[in-house]
Write a protein that binds this ligand. Structure first.
Ligand code: 5MM
Length: 362
């Protein structure tokens, strides 16, 4: 593969295989790596207490959902979840593998204020000890990792400092976990907050991607064994000019073609507060456009895969089968959208408003 010397050499074939499996046709990622605080918000939304038992019960519902592997290739877990089991003692990593879903792990340690940058700009922590943690997660059965850096469009920003620092963290993380056998999902999330136009979003994302891949080169990241998890190219939540899914697809593809190397096998979008149906329709539009870029365009949705499921479950054991059907319906919808075959409204949703929350940094 011509990779730069280090642990990654021994894992190169496996990394490529895993990345390609995750980005395989008709499948995408279930992002359920909410930290304890964020899952607390989701559980509060259905009146359920944020206890370890309730977090375990919810994740057991997800990871024992028969048939999920047809549409979901990987699930991102929070550290607590990676070591949990079903109530009858089966490790979650095993139940996931049984239903055909590759277990992954969130390895960043969250955001911290970035001194010297614009107010509210952050950097992503977690590089200290990452190598050792990645080795332990691999031992426990994880085969891919995720690190989420956050940038925001504000007047005069994001600052160059924030872009460079966040891209540096993503690249260093990526190479570090590759050396331990984990496929890095590189997530430079650009928040929906703001009143900027879709064109401004495209401009900023172009700068982010070109900076990111330049630093990935400097750090020796093996691109064939990575996946990118960006936001779609969208107008800000407060922008008066709303745009069609076709326009979103056009600018998203153009931006990616300008900045993401062809060596990257898959682009797994985050949902960022869109409703379940919006996220699916936009993904479908992306996959019906003609394009030059060779990557798979798929999903790594958190909120846009879980809202109906949570609202059906409501913390009640008797609702588990119905909640699993709700999850399957949205997974199937996105599986079809990945192939450009989704008919709007053809799968049920209980998510009418979306989960966008202005100013919320989780
Ligand atoms: C599922 O939420 C993920 C973890 O968030 P925190 O550790 O900050 O609680 C989050 O990184 C998520 O994977 C991405 O934001 C994409 O999720 P959405 O909901 O935007 O699709």
């Amino acid at each position: 593969w011509g990779v730069r010397a280090g642990g990654v050499e021994r894992f190169a074939d496996a990394l490529v295989e895993t990345a390609n499996k995750i980005a395989s046709p008709g499948r995408g990622i279930l992002a359920v790596d909410e930290s304890t605080k964020t899952i607390g918000k989701r559980l509060a939304g259905i009146g359920v207490e944020n206890s370890e038992a309730n977090r375990q019960a919810y994740r057991e519902l997800l990871f024992t959902c028969e048939g999920l592997g047809q549409f979901i290739s990987g699930a991102i877990l929070f550290e607590e979840t990676l070591y949990q089991s079903t109530r009858d003692g089966r490790q979650f990593v095993n139940t996931l593998n049984q239903i055909g879903v590759i277990p992954g792990i969130k390895v960043d340690k969250g955001l911290a204020p970035l001194g010297g940058a614009l107010p509210h700009e952050t950097w992503c922590t977690g590089l200290d000890g990452l190598s050792e943690r990645a080795a332990a997660y691999y031992q426990q059965g994880a085969r891919f990792a995720k690190w989420r850096a956050v940038l925001q469009i504000v007047p005069g920003g994001p600052s160059r400092q924030a872009i460079v620092e966040n891209c540096y963290g993503l690249a260093r993380y990526a190479r570090t976990v590759q050396d331990q056998g984990l496929v890095p999902i590189i997530e430079p999330e650009l928040l929906l907050d703001g009143d900027h136009t879709i064109e401004r979003c495209a401009e900023v994302q172009e700068e982010i991607y070109s900076t990111l891949y330049q630093i990935c080169q400097t750090q020796g990241v093996f691109l064939e064994g990575t996946l990118l998890k960006p936001a779609m190219t969208l107008p800000g939540a407060d922008c008066k000019n709303r745009v069609s899914p076709d326009r979103i697809a056009e600018l998203t593809v153009r931006t990616l073609e300008r900045g993401v190397p062809a060596a990257v096998p898959g682009i797994m979008f985050l949902s960022g507060g869109m409703t379940e149906e919006e996220a699916t329709i936009n993904l479908n539009a992306l996959n019906t456009r003609k394009r030059k870029g060779p990557w798979a365009l798929s999903f790594s949705y958190g909120r846009a895969l879980q809202q109906s499921c949570l609202k059906t479950w409501m913390g009640k054991p008797e609702n588990v089968p119905a909640a699993q059907q709700a999850l399957l319906a949205r997974a199937r919808a996105n599986g079809k959208a990945q192939q450009g075959q989704y008919t709007p409204g053809s799968e049920p949703t209980l998510d009418r408003t979306g989960t966008f929350e202005a100013g919320y940094k989780y």
